[in-house]
Unconditional design. Structure first.
Length: 348
């Protein structure tokens, strides 16, 4: 365990923490870094890290036995900021990726892209290869879908994120997309993760539906270990006993992962709730909790969407949500869509 003290800590506070650790039977090795006192704690005693975390002067308590190494803050204390062209993911600005669940046809992709751009999104989302629970559901347009998404992204000056389900799709997706999305169902497809480690484009890694945070970070480790340092984590809800929502969106994962890892953390409130009326509250909560960005499903005609219509926002709802986020983000020292995009009066 490593106890990292706050920058302006007093000698007395440090001594109190050391005394508490010794009381629990631990050996404490003190070191003073450039700006902080760090306590290395070893020994056979047992101490509840939460007790130490709550003590005055303590900045954070970290395990040094993390199974993931490159993904951990211990390895890299400063936040990772990923550049995609002029976009900076993981910096001060909260980045919103939005668009349909699936690319369906040119008009749908294009009008949805126009709407999300106008509201302030920076990245177009949309699936061309869809992981559907039923083999009889719409499976996506494949390369034709990629072509439609890329064209719309270019027209509306958006970056493009799209899902890769299998190593055989990496090459074709690489030709169209700016960011590879790994879906929840593939979070532990280790062959795919290893292969994406060799890619030179960012990977947005969704949390698996039954994955612990540690398993999620270990999956990120696969990509990082392969030499690709650009991983964006995305919380999208986990499977619990609750049935009122499609999944249970783990908002607490945001501050937890931000502490454990230097990687940017996004939230997908669409799959997280499965309900259009619950997307905005969860998106607001995610930004307030410190998410670096959001991934949101928006459809120009959600009631006729070929996938995930019930959780897709109408353009007007997305526009209103973005306006709300512009109030929330500065309250926690973040910005969002600095350049206001011309409004053309979406119906609310
Ligand atoms: C999606 O983003 O459309 C999707 C299938 O997400 P998930 O992998 O989180 O279910
Ligand atoms: Mn979807």
């Amino acid at each position: 365990m490593v106890v990292v003290m706050k920058e302006r800590v007093t000698t007395e506070q440090v001594e109190q923490v050391i005394a508490k650790l010794v009381e629990f039977g631990m050996d404490v090795h003190r070191s003073t870094g450039a700006s902080r006192v760090v306590l290395g704690v070893v020994g056979s005693g047992k101490v509840d890290p939460r007790l130490i975390e709550m003590m005055d002067g303590v900045h954070e308590v970290l395990r040094i036995t993390e199974p993931y190494k490159l993904a951990s803050r211990t390895f890299k204390p400063e936040d990772t900021v990923i550049s995609v062209g002029d976009l900076r993911i993981g910096g001060d600005e909260v980045i919103v990726m939005a668009g349909p669940c699936s690319a369906e046809n040119e008009a749908q992709v294009n009008s949805t892209a126009a709407a999300v751009k106008r509201a302030g999104a920076k990245v177009l989302r949309g699936g061309a290869f869809k992981p559907r629970s039923s083999p009889y559901s719409f499976q996506g347009l494949g390369e034709e879908g990629l072509r439609l998404l890329r064209a719309a992204a270019n027209t509306h000056d958006l970056k493009l994120v799209t899902e890769v389900m299998d190593i055989s799709q990496i090459e074709v997706i690489d030709r169209y997309a700016d960011i590879f999305q790994v879906g929840a169902r593939n979070m532990q497809n280790f062959t795919l993760l290893r292969e994406l480690g060799r890619a030179r484009k960012p990977v947005l890694l969704k949390r698996g539906i039954s994955a612990t945070i540690e398993e999620w970070l270990l999956s990120a480790e696969y990509v990082l270990a392969g030499g690709n340092t650009e991983v964006i984590l995305c919380e999208r809800g986990i499977r619990t006993f609750e049935t009122a929502t499609r999944n249970t969106l783990d908002i607490s994962a945001i501050p937890i992962v931000k502490q454990l890892s230097h990687l940017p953390v996004f939230v997908d409130p669409s799959h997280g709730t499965g309900r259009r009326d619950k997307v905005a509250p969860m998106a607001r909560a995610a930004v307030a909790a410190g998410a670096d960005g959001l991934l949101i499903e928006v459809h120009c005609d959600p009631d006729h969407a070929m996938s995930d219509g019930a959780q897709s926002l109408f353009p007007g709802q997305f526009d209103r949500l973005m306006a709300e986020l512009r109030i929330i983000a500065p309250a926690i020292g973040r910005s969002i869509c600095l350049e206001p995009v011309a409004r053309r009066g979406w119906a609310r």
